[in-house]
Every structure is written in C-alpha cells, then in structure tokens.
Design a protein around this ligand. Structure first.
Ligand SMILES: Nc1ncnc2c1ncn2[C@@H]1O[C@H](COP(=O)(O)OP(=O)(O)OP(=O)(O)O)[C@@H](O)[C@H]1O
Ligand SMILES: O=C(O)CCCC[C@@H]1SC[C@@H]2NC(=O)N[C@@H]21
Length: 265
C-alpha cells in the first residue's frame, strides 16, 4: 500500500474560510463516515455551519446505499452541515451545487476542468474523480442537510476501487494541497448556497454552463430499471432532470445517466 501524506490543517482552513457560513472546521485523522458523523450529531446539537474532513474514511457511504471506498490517505472526504429549516422542496439542488463547487475548485486548484454528469458525478476524462452524497435529517430545531463529497486526490492506479474511477494525481500528474482544495470547494459551496433556494434561475444557469448532461442525448435508467432515451433539456426547481423523449416529457428525481455518443444513440 502507498503511504500518502496530507497537508490538511484545521487552523489554516479555518482562516481560509473566514467570512463564510462555515463557522466550525473539524479535521480528523480517521473516521467511519464524515456524513454519518454529522447526521448523527444533528439529532442532538446545532451542527449548522460545521464542516468535517478527513483523508482516511473507513466506512464511506455512497448513493443508493453503495459503498464509497478509498485506501487511507488517498482521498479528501468532507461533509458540510446546513440547517434548512422547513425547506424540503429544493433539497435535490444541494448535490448539484456541490458538483458545481467541486468542478470549480478542481479547476482552480488542480488546473483541470471536470465535467458534471447528472445528478452527482464529477468526471475527468470520462472517469469519476469525485462522488457526492447529500443527506437530510429532521432535527428537533428543523431540517438539516449534510452535503458530503469524496475527491480522489492522490489515489494511484492500483488503488482505484473501480476501473471507471480516476484521481487528480492520475489525471494531472501532480498532487494538490488538500487544504487549498477543501477551502476552494467550501468557499464555492458557501457562495452558491447564498442563492439557494431563492434564486434558482441563477443556479440553473450556472449548472447548465457546467453540466455535460444538459443538452446531450442520454439514456436514463430509472429506479426499478425502466430505461428512457431522450435529450436532457434541463433541470427543474427540484433538481430533477427533464428529458425530451421524442416529444414526451420525462422528469426524474433519481436514476443513472449514460451520455450517448452518436453511434450509441
Ligand atoms: N473512490 C471512488 N471513486 C469512484 N467510484 C467509487 C469510489 N468508491 C466507490 N465507488 C463506486 O464505484 C461505482 C462506480 O461505478 P460507475 O463509474 O459505473 O459510476 P456510476 O454507477 O455512474 O456512479 P453512481 O453511483 O454515482 O451512479 C459507483 O457505485 C461509485 O459510487
Ligand atoms: O458517488 C457516490 O455514490 C457518492 C459518494 C459520496 C462520498 C462522500 S465522502 C464524504 C461523505 N461521507 C460519506 O460517507 N459519503 C460522502
């Protein structure tokens, strides 16, 4: 196994995040799941504005109860807690906003512009460099969203959990500062959240610009395995994908998208 070092530093990160909504920064050497930690704590304390980060997550949670795995030190795993009060309608947007913030942060810090596949995949060279899971819990004082992201940073080719994954190290040839990457992501996310949920037009425009899915011909496998083929025409107020399937409108809150190249279409 490769030994990976990190520069992740809570004090420096706290300084880089001053003036943002992230008021509490927790860096831990290792934990099971940064998302699970904050979701659990939301039941008994005010976690709004707390971010929790590690480069050694041992029981990472993926979408649809899948496992999210990475050898120790090879990824930056972080979660951010946001009190959302009575808001439930626009929660689907939160993972899209995390994808946008991740794409901008990776562009800024690693010099590569990732593409975004709806709903939550951050891709470089068509391979997954980061995964996002936003979870919602109903706390005594109101709803709390925990927005989690795992970015494969210094994972080596032999450490990839699946052949469809990549890392920043593999795709750019160099390592980045975990502290700077985290700060860029969290600053970007905080900025996007200032427009959520009141200015979805602005967020939609930003998402369209970054999304590789909107405007594409896609195959969408819905939960339950029904498949729809059509052109992705946009994302609605709930963050759902809207397809034009040969004149029929299909709207989906969840599903697996494949971008169709002309030969697949
Ligand atoms: N560190 C990681 N990097 C990338 N993928 C990972 C990692 N750990 C676990 N996985 C999982 O490996 C699978 C990758 O498969 P694939 O590339 O086909 O993505 P996918 O099915 O489009 O992803 P998703 O789960 O977001 O729908 C996904 O279930 C993904 O969550
Ligand atoms: O693509 C996916 O399936 C989503 C993966 C989400 C992983 C991140 S890592 C930080 C946070 N903690 C978790 O347990 N999961 C998310």
């Amino acid at each position: 196994m490769t030994n990976h070092a990190t520069d992740l530093d809570a004090d420096r990160l706290h300084g880089l995040l001053s003036g943002t909504r992230w008021r509490s920064v927790e860096v831990v050497a290792s934990t099971g799941s940064t998302n699970a930690d904050l979701v659990t704590r939301a039941g008994s304390e005010d976690v709004d504005g707390t971010v929790r980060l590690t480069t050694d997550q041992t029981a990472g949670r993926g979408r649809h109860s899948r496992v999210w795995s990475a050898p120790a030190g090879s990824q930056l795993a972080m979660s951010a807690a946001v009190a959302v009060g009575e808001e439930t309608e626009h929660l689907g947007w939160l993972s899209l906003l995390a994808g946008l913030a991740a794409a901008d942060a990776i562009d800024e810090v690693a010099g590569r512009r990732p593409t975004l596949k709806w709903p939550n995949d951050v891709l470089i060279d068509d391979r997954k460099v980061a995964g996002i899971l936003a979870e919602y819990t109903r706390a005594p004082a109101g709803g709390v969203a925990v927005i989690g992201i795992g970015i494969n940073t210094v994972m080596t080719p032999d450490e990839l959990p699946v052949p469809t994954a990549t890392s920043l190290q593999i795709s750019t040839g160099s390592a980045v500062s975990d502290t700077e990457l985290a700060a860029a992501f969290l600053r970007g996310l905080a900025d996007l959240l200032t427009h959520w949920p009141d200015d979805l037009d602005r967020l939609s425009a930003a998402y369209r610009e970054r999304s590789d899915t909107v405007g594409q011909r896609v195959r969408l496998v819905l939960p339950g395995d029904q498949t729809v083929t059509g052109t992705a025409v946009g994302v609605d107020a709930m963050g759902r994908i809207v397809l034009d399937a040969d004149g029929r409108e299909v709207v989906a809150a969840a599903g697996d998208v494949t971008h169709l190249r002309p030969l697949d279409a």
